[in-house]
Design a protein around this ligand. Sequence first.
Ligand code: T5A
Length: 208
Amino acid sequence: MRKFITLEGIEGVGKTSNLHYIQGLLELSGHSCVVTREPGGTLLGEALRELLLSHSDDSMSADAELLMMFAARAEHLNKVIRPALENNQTVLCDRFTEATYAYQGGGRQLDVDKISKLEVWVQEDLRPDLTLILDAPVEVGRARAGRRSEPDRIEKEHDAFFQRVRKAYINLAERYPHRICLINASVELDAVQLQIHKKLLEYNILIG
Ligand code: T5A
């Protein structure tokens, strides 16, 4: 009963806060879980993450950023995601390709065809079974993330960038409702988790 589940959303909406809650629900329902993240999840991927999110380099070209996301993803798929799925394990991933459509496609306004070609090249026909997008206004995410740490290279972007990212996520959920859904993340954490629980049942990820 392995599944590939991804969690998405703009900065600070609560992905990290909900990851272990989801893992707990999955394990109670009999899934053996591998929890991972993008960019990252492998030695090379974590090194690329460091470069991508580095506080100091704000001159990286959008194409270089896109290609590094997919280089990290190719490694992640080969070394972690595909082996786990082949081993009948459920993969729970903090961000995946929908983040590329949202950030590089929406935020950076790169040609979506380029992303789609890389997606097919790197993933072939593998897509997540379910993507939960935690959705909240940009100012809510900013306020929550701001309480925590110094902004990284991407977090330093202006509000219009994150408005485009959010809109791109909403468009993805409208386009692929059979595998992508929005969760209202503006509300209190337990109300967010109630929605997540319901979606996991609705998409037949949990038993009972
Ligand atoms: N990226 C990634 C791309 O550009 N393209 C790609 O293809 C990929 C894969 C990765 C960055 O890389 C970019 C996107 C990102 O910029 P990341 O590690 O995913 O970065 O980090 P962030 O999105 O920056 O994640 P954050 O840790 O900032 O945000 P989270 O995980 O969404 O938020 P979380 O859980 O840490 O919560 C933030 C604060 O809010 C509180 C929490 O307690 C915490 O203090 N909180 C709530 N408060 C009130 N009510 C709720 N419902 C709350 N939920 C959480």
